[in-house]
Design a protein around this ligand. Structure first.
Ligand code: M6R
Length: 614
């Protein structure tokens, strides 16, 4: 949930790590800090607030140095404040630590260290790391390498960490280590970087090494060494980042969220690229080849994920059942992991995650593996833990998603789920060639239809303005559009702080209808599909109670114009694919609502992009 970045090389490290921090701010933005070695001494500053507040605090300090580490925080232990901001130091103020993750046994360690005389200055779990690292230095007068002290400290830690450490007594190095929280290393020309995410590095180098759990790296001006926590040296492959810095910039848009909504058509094209065979009406998924036979034998599919990715999974459940005729279900990863799931070798468990690092989804993956299930990842972030630990899977290739509200990733996940369903459907001969061809053709034409909807941006902004005074919203949808209602409501609440409830429209009579009056508008997904008439009945019921209705409907549907207060039309498509279109107006509606309210769209309160803690 936090972001860390470190640099050692020939250039001034300060602007490099501060710029890197800004690119990691989506991971947490309640406080920030930096520590720099200027060749003679340690300089550090930290503050509650954003990276901009940190920059302001150091703006009159002419710091220069070739080595620095920095941090942007999402508070877990201890309020956001100057003293709880990272870096944290030992008693002697010689060792500085930035950390992402949770030291679960920190209270125990803190008590033991306090008895030994260590004095703590913050409420964080992280500070124990600095004092643990200090311990071997206190126990001997001889030289100790910083990496050995870090190794020693980590032996006491229960929990997760992606961390970077520097020391005044061993100043030409950064020690970085990982267990459960991501760390990527960048190899530049005579310079080395470490960060929570490639976005902080890609401007300087595209050559990267993904650190795995229980691995440690030593970054010095002379090079990079990697070893495990038993200090065995490891040779690791160098990967190449296949996108560039412009993908992590706003590119003329006011917010990342808006840019990413507008990248929806490209995200769909990218996930489909090279994976659709129109003449055979099927998908070709290299990532599933190694498990092709196993897949043929699975008797059921369980999809698990969190947040937006879970809602994509709810739609995926329909895809698998309808196209491949495999029994499927979807469950929150946070529930699945503690549910003693009844899964075994006969099941495939699909993990969906944009970041590939969500703690609950990762643990669900491990739980599924423990039970012998085949695990498949649908993941956007290349090299992420879920992608690596899954038996097989497919990447979304949607490019970095920076806005906290997930938008293009959802679209891309639906594309990926459809690809997997087509793969299974044809593999099991459950879908005739002509139907397969129809899907493939329609999928290929969807990006153009998405562009058509995006042109309604101004119209949707006007509607957001019209509904701005309302503080509560009901979102209704049925079958494929039910998860879209859930996702539309999630978008609105997470960035505009408006109360929004997503509901299956068939459930409206079982409770939520009591909420309806002229001040409680409903956003209804009323596209032309097999449940259209049912939705129309719901609309009538809402109208009879003076409820205001904004509908998302199929172009050419004149009937609906007479029934509702406002309509956003979307193009006709196959009903299974309609969510890929109908979510776009809801994303834009949420975006404009939050923006008109003057809220920070990309960094909503209390949230972080990647939830790597439970
Ligand atoms: O990275 P993941 O897809 O695993 O993230 C899952 C959720 O945390 C994420 O979708 C979250 O709900 C978003 N803020 C929704 O916009």
């Amino acid at each position: 949930m936090c972001g860390i970045v470190g640099y050692v090389g020939k250039r001034n490290a300060l602007p490099i790590v501060l710029e890197g921090l800004k690119r990691l701010e989506y991971r947490g933005y309640d406080s920030a800090g930096v520590v720099l070695w200027d060749g003679e001494e340690i300089k550090f500053e930290k503050t509650a607030g954003r990276v901009a507040a940190l920059e302001k605090k150091i703006s009159n300090k002419p710091w220069q140095g070739n080595l620095a580490i920095a941090h942007t925080r999402w508070a877990t232990h201890g309020k956001p404040s100057d003293r709880n901001a990272h870096p944290h130091a030992d008693c002697a103020q010689k060792i500085y630590v930035v950390h992402n993750g949770i030291v679960e046994n920190y209270l125990e360690i803190r008590e033991a260290l306090t008895r030994e005389g260590h004095v703590f200055k913050s409420d964080t779990d992280t500070e124990v790391l600095a004092h643990l690292i200090e311990r071997p230095f206190l126990a001997t007068s001889g030289p100790i390498a910083l990496e050995d002290a870090v190794l020693d400290a980590l032996r006491h830690v229960v929990g997760t960490f992606g961390l970077a450490v520097i020391s005044k007594d061993d100043p030409q190095k950064i020690v970085a280590a990982r267990r459960g929280s991501p760390l990527i290393l960048g190899l530049g020309d005579g310079e080395y970087l470490a960060a929570s995410d490639a976005a902080a590095i890609v401007e300087h180098t595209k050559n990267v090494i993904y650190l795995h759990d229980n691995e440690m790296a030593l970054l010095t001006p002379q090079g990079l060494k990697i070893f495990n926590l038993s200090k065995k040296t490891l040779e690791k492959p160098v990967d190449t980042i296949n996108w560039d810095i412009s993908a992590a910039q706003k590119g003329g848009f006011a917010h990342f969220m808006k840019k990413e909504i507008f990248e929806g058509p490209a995200a769909l094209e990218n996930v489909l690229r090279g994976r659709l065979l129109e003449k055979d009406g099927v998908s070709k998924l290299g990532g599933l080849e190694s498990v092709r036979d196993k897949l043929l034998n699975v008797k059921r599919i369980l999809i698990t994920a969190c947040g937006t990715s879970y809602y994509a999974g709810l739609i995926g459940k329909y895809y698998f059942e309808e196209i491949a005729k495999v029994p499927a279900s979807a469950e929150y990863a946070s529930e699945f992991r503690y549910s003693n799931p009844v899964v075994d070798e006969s099941a495939a468990v699909i993990l969906i995650s944009q970041s590939g690092e969500t703690a609950d989804t990762l643990e669900a993956l491990r739980e599924a593996k423990k039970h012998g299930a085949l695990t498949l990842g649908i993941v956007n972030a290349v090299g992420s833990t879920i992608a690596r630990e899954s038996d097989a899977g497919i990447y979304n290739h949607a490019g970095p998603e920076i806005g906290v509200a997930s938008t293009k990733a959802f679209i891309s996940q639906l594309g990926a789920l459809m690809l997997v369903a087509l793969f299974l459907g044809r593999q099991r001969s459950k879908i005739p060639l002509n139907l397969g061809e129809k899907f493939v053709k329609e999928l290929k034409g969807l990006p153009a239809k998405m562009e058509w909807i995006l042109k309604k941006d101004e119209e949707i902004k006007k509607l957001a303005k019209k509904y701005l005074k309302h503080k509560n919203f009901l979102y209704l949808g049925r079958k494929y559009q039910f998860p879209v209602a859930l996702e539309g409501a999630l978008k609105l609440k997470e960035i505009s702080y408006r109360h929004a409830e997503g509901y299956a429209s068939g459930e409206m009579k079982h409770g939520p209808i009591a909420l309806i009056d002229e001040n409680f508008p409903t956003i209804v997904l009323a596209t032309k599909d097999m449940v259209y008439e049912k939705i129309i009945s719901n609309i009538e019921e809402i109208k009879a109670r003076s409820g205001k209705i904004l509908a998302v409907a199929t172009e050419g549907d004149d009937r609906i114009l007479k029934l509702v207060d406002d309509v956003i039309f979307i193009p006709q498509t196959l009903e299974m694919l309609a969510p890929i279109l109908s979510i776009i107006p809801l994303q834009l509606f949420a975006y404009h609502t939050a923006n008109l309210l003057g809220l920070d769209v990309d960094k909503p309160r209390n949230l972080a992009k990647s939830v790597t803690v439970e």
